[in-house]
Design a protein around this ligand. Sequence first.
Ligand SMILES: [Fe+2]
Length: 267
Amino acid sequence: MVFIDTHSHVLPFIDDGAEDWDMAMAMLKQAQDDGVHQVVCTPHIQSAIDFDREDEIIGVFNELQDRAKSNGIRILLHLGAEIYIQPDLQLDKKIATLAQNGRYFLIEFPMNLIPDFVSQRFFDLVMDDKIPIVAHPERNARIITDIGKAYEFVQRGALLQANAGSITGQFGETVQKTVFRLLDAKLIHLVGSDAHNNSGRPLMLRKAYDIILRKYGQEAAYKLFYSHPKLILSAQNVSVEEPGPFVNEKSKKISDRFKHLWEKIIT
Ligand SMILES: [Fe+2]
């Protein structure tokens, strides 16, 4: 089994990811040994000002490709961004969408809330065929207490990306329980590394893949770690399964209400 990673901070000197070229190469070497065949470099874009660094980011990405090649790394590299949620997302920028495909973009929320404007904004974007991929929803405090919020995003056409480290328990028991609740309800569509370095947060997916394989089977694991990322990178449609029932600390009633809405949408 080989993997495609759609979320990584392997570009050096840009954000809190790789510190230098040596670390970037070490991360890619680990990824290659782990079975990762394609990687999207997704530096943090915290505000509109960060897009002013677009040419610099493209320059570093081009150098990463050259250095990877001369170091014998055969991973296919793509460029994109992880955009912090803001009203004006500037999706026309060259690096805004994954693999610069003009369609799918990776979006990050604050850890403890989801801004009120997000639901309507997602709906408008999807209508315009711009598909949000929510990065690590299992780490968001609002979703941890109310899975219905994740359900709502999926219902509006967004995809959800879990971190491999959440599945392996790296971010603690609460996040791990949340990611499995989301997975149980078919609310996760792809898994990424969100790698930041070559030690504590490496560019590796196999450990999480093995857990998913054992718990959910081959077909689900294949979709989460390979086929959905592949469709996304080539800007094709991902056919999302109908979310299953879910339970959270709030109320089972939320699940029933969204189930009803979902049925209205798919019929
Ligand atoms: Fe990230």
